[in-house]
Design a protein around this ligand. Sequence first.
Ligand code: UDP
Ligand code: MG
Length: 336
Amino acid sequence: MNTAVKSVDVSVVIPVYNEEDGLESLFARLYPALDDMTKKTGRSYEVVFVNDGSRDRSAAMLREQFQKRPDVTRVVLFNGNFGQHMAIMAGFEQTSGACVITLDADLQNPPEEIVNLVNKMDEGYDYVGTIRRQRQDSFFRRYASKAMNRLRERITRIHMTDQGCMLRAYSRDIVAAINSCREVNTFIPALAYTFARNPVEITVAHEERAAGESKYSLYSLIRLNFDLVTGFSLVPLQAFSFAGIVISLLSILFVIVLAVRRILVGPEAEGLFTLFGIAFFLIGITLFGIGLLGEYIGRVYQQVRLRPRYLIDAVLSEAEQGESTQGGGDRTGRQV
Ligand code: UDP
Ligand code: MG
């Protein structure tokens, strides 16, 4: 594990994947906002960028930014694309702040809000979630996300009004707990919530993506939501056992009805397509159940293989005296 030498008040962790169009404006707003916080409240800060295997100029731009502000900047460079949540986990390992903030690189959450989260933490909360005041995403994203939110609320014990908003603040204790997790597929805000003692939510501004486009395809959004549900609840599996019980009971009833009918009215031959209908319905449910089992088994499989969750090419930090090559802790990185 790469423990930071100096400890600061606020660490900001930002995953970056192909964000060359927006990084300059992010730097131009983030650092002044944080300097302003330091000036007003005396809190020190550090920014940890994690380049998630970008194929554009993002990595080079992060290196440049590190040269400009090495005192408050760290950069973790992955050697592949391991996903936003793995990037945040790698970033967490590099932080030393009493309060750790996650922020997206695309400026959808204004960096000027960070100070509000930090102030809220000072009131004694250990997890500050956020709700986007006016969400600037496509209609489909808003609607689908609302539906998923509702489903998740029902079957997990995690209460997040707005699960998609990544601008959040976590206490050192929560980050330490997350650092001790070895999850492969996870959703950081939900994982953090399971460790939170005193969570709260505040409303923040939301802007349209400043540049570039969303890095999530429909497919990866669906995968992410599966992670969110199956990673935190066994209810879907249990629902299947219950459905199985109910369906078995109903078919026993059905057989009894048919038997009685045969005695009273004689054998029946009509209703062939009704039978097809029922059979297809049951086959559909069975296939869905097998698929769902597969979702869990696939995750168990990924977890038991104990492969590195991500590979780190280099960590740029002043404490390491320039560039260093570090693994992200036991089993999480390549030790070179
Ligand atoms: N991101 C990442 N790895 C990925 C996909 C996204 O590090 O594989 C980063 C991305 O650069 C951004 C954040 O995660 O900083 C959120 O991504 P995006 O804005 O595309 O998601 P959306 O806001 O559309 O949910
Ligand atoms: Mg975004």
